[in-house]
Design a binder for this molecule. Structure first.
Ligand code: HEM
Length: 426
């Protein structure tokens, strides 16, 4: 039996989910409880879960019966069918094993200096005393970091080509007029659109070129960018990754890795600009506090509101006997706003993470279980590096207006409605 949920038509539920995701989710939770059912155009029936015990059931449940790859189908036109995001079972584990070593927490330190250098260069261009739209500025930083750390591209022409291909693709997929089209056409319909084919072809060519050139580099064995590591990686039977696998995983890392982190960084500035005490403490170089600021930002303004697992068999979750075919959706947004877990949950209060560590099933901006975000360490390390540079360079950090920025949707992410606009100064 499915939990209760709004009885309005699919089109209206889809509209609520797309246009006002935060208030829509909170209204449903208030009305129907911790578990409720949503029906969204072109998606499985979703069972939203906001009780940590139910979230734990999903993240520790049998991955063979809880398919994330199938549930992520909306991303197929961009990341490709071999992407770790879209696979399940043995095929998923095989790709994940290939990708994990370069993303191991310890390895991230190798990228620290690069991250700070890129942030320094971008922040130096921000006009003092004027409003800066930080989401776009942060995206320039995070894209540059991905291109250098993941692709290992460092020549100006290579960087320009990759930057332009990625930017056209993201502009195309995130233009609001396209969003309605994407939802209406579904992933299969999209791949038939000529404009989609054009932007995708451009990106594919640039990536194929990067792979071919790297294969021929004499120092491939010593290079520490992620593409070089993937070129050296082998499947369990000793075979190297195929061209299609490399293409799809690189696109996945590119797409999953930079916009998300940029958005999280712009939310951090949006919140810090309205909390001068927190900004002052950050500027004192208090490292545990910096970590707490990052955690509190991802709690209160998670970039992704939910994760999905499609049920392959009937299963009891959160007290409901759910049928096969529905998707269980641990709801990051709602769990992160529970008053019983986070007193004064709407307040931005980084100290809470100094008082109590983040819990696996109560703080999960990166999802969980065997599908937990591969780039979680990379993203948090990068956020820390960029915030450290900002704290060093800018004493002044003010909001563009007193009112907090609204949470609005950009494709599948939740971004600050005025672009994370702040005024900085030395
Ligand atoms: C603040 C930034 C980021 C956020 C909020 C974020 C969030 C997420 C979430 C919620 C998932 C789904 C997890 C699940 O289903 O349980 C995910 C998966 C993934 N993320 Fe991230 N991510 C971020 C940055 C990155 C970065 C920097 C990379 C790589 C460079 C990355 C690569 C991936 C990959 C490859 C997966 C698929 C993992 C799998 O299916 O096994 N992400 N991410």
């Amino acid at each position: 039996m499915l939990p209760p949920g709004p009885r309005m038509p699919v089109a209206l539920q889809t509209l609520g989910w797309i246009a006002r995701p935060g208030p829509f989710l909170e209204r449903c939770r208030d009305r129907y409880g911790d578990a409720f059912t949503l029906r969204i155009q072109n998606e499985d029936t979703w069972v939203m879960l906001s009780d940590p015990a139910a979230v734990k059931q999903v993240f520790t449940g049998d991955p063979g019966l809880l398919h994330a790859g199938e549930a992520n189908g909306v991303l197929r036109p961009i990341v490709g069918a071999n992407s770790v995001l879209l696979l399940d079972d043995g095929a998923h584990m095989a790709q994940r094993k290939l990708l994990l070593p370069p993303f191991h927490g310890e390895r991230m330190k190798a990228y620290g200096e690069l991250m700070e250098r890129v942030a320094e260069a971008e922040i130096a261009t921000w006009p003092a005393g004027e409003v800066v739209a930080t989401r776009q500025a942060m995206q320039r930083i995070t894209l540059e970091i991905v291109m250098r750390a993941i692709f290992g591209v460092s020549d100006a022409r290579g960087l320009d080509r990759l930057r332009s291909a990625v930017t056209s693709l993201l502009d195309w997929t995130t233009r609001p007029s396209r969003l309605a089209l994407l939802v209406a056409a579904g992933p299969r319909g999209v791949t038939r659109l000529p404009e989609y084919r054009r932007v995708m072809r451009e990106l594919d060519e640039v990536i194929a070129d990067a792979i071919a050139r790297r294969r021929g580099e004499p120092d491939l064995a010593e290079r520490d960018d992620i593409l070089s590591m993937l070129l050296r990686a082998t499947h369990e039977d000793g075979s190297p990754m195929t061209g299609d696998e490399l293409r799809d995983e690189l696109t996945t890392l590119l797409v999953a890795g930079h916009e998300t982190t940029a958005t999280a960084l712009s939310w951090a500035l949006e919140r810090l600009a309205r909390h001068p005490g927190a900004w002052a403490r950050l500027r004192e170089g208090d490292e545990p506090y910096l970590d707490a600021v990052i955690k509190e930002t991802l709690r209160l303004r998670p970039v992704l509101p939910i994760v999905l697992r499609r049920l392959k068999a009937p299963m009891e979750i959160g007290g409901f006997e759910l049928p096969a075919g529905v998707a269980a959706a641990p709801c990051i947004y709602l769990v992160h706003r529970r008053e019983d877990l986070y007193p004064d949950a709407r307040a931005f209060r980084p100290e809470r993470f100094l008082e109590r560590p983040a819990g696996t099933y109560t703080w999960f901006p990166f999802g969980g279980g065997i599908r937990r975000c591969l780039g979680a360490a990379f993203a948090q390390f990068e956020m820390a590096a960029v915030l450290r540079v900002l704290a060093r360079r800018c004493s002044r950090l003010e909001p563009d207006a007193v009112a907090a920025e609204p949470v609005v949707r950009r494709a599948i992410t939740l971004v600050p409605g005025r672009g994370g606009s702040v005024v900085v100064g030395a």
